[in-house]
Design a protein around this ligand. Sequence first.
Ligand code: HEM
Length: 152
Amino acid sequence: MEAPAATPAPASAVAAAEPAAAPGSDVSESSDSSDDDELDVASLKLQRVALSPAYSQLAWSRRVSTIPRRPQLKAYTLAQVAQHADPARSVWMVLRGKVYDVTEYLPYHPGGKATLLRGAGKDATKMYDQVHAFVNAETLMGPLCIGHLVPE
Ligand code: HEM
């Protein structure tokens, strides 16, 4: 007869769990870039936040469906985008050449506001794809698109 396991099962309060130190990451193997966009993807993923129902993904779908698309998109440089990196005012972000005003989306981001702000005022395409290339930004944020990126 086997002795029953004496150790209690880990608490199921996942949200309260300390993020475990990410051991030698097998996810982030980007090697080429020298910019400050390098992410420790494994640790970041542990930072998924519990959103209140008011800011659920469904709530965002509802909200965004009420925002009209801009009839005309403008051309912006990265320097212009960089001027919008303050959550108290406005946060813009470039994804695949499109400029989005993500200010309204901040509290709805399932990875957390602070994480989303890593891409504030930048071309966040690389970060975005490192974490969730499968997330369709155009579907989620189409009406937040305000323009496209042009060279300085
Ligand atoms: C406005 C652009 C963005 C949108 C629309 C977006 C959307 C999402 C969505 C829908 C999820 C949930 C994915 C799932 O259910 O598995 C998510 C999770 C996450 N996002 Fe984003 N995201 C954006 C930008 C970013 C950026 C720039 C970063 C990194 C700096 C980031 C980091 C994360 C992380 C760490 C998670 C949690 C991943 C996990 O639980 O596995 N996101 N995001």
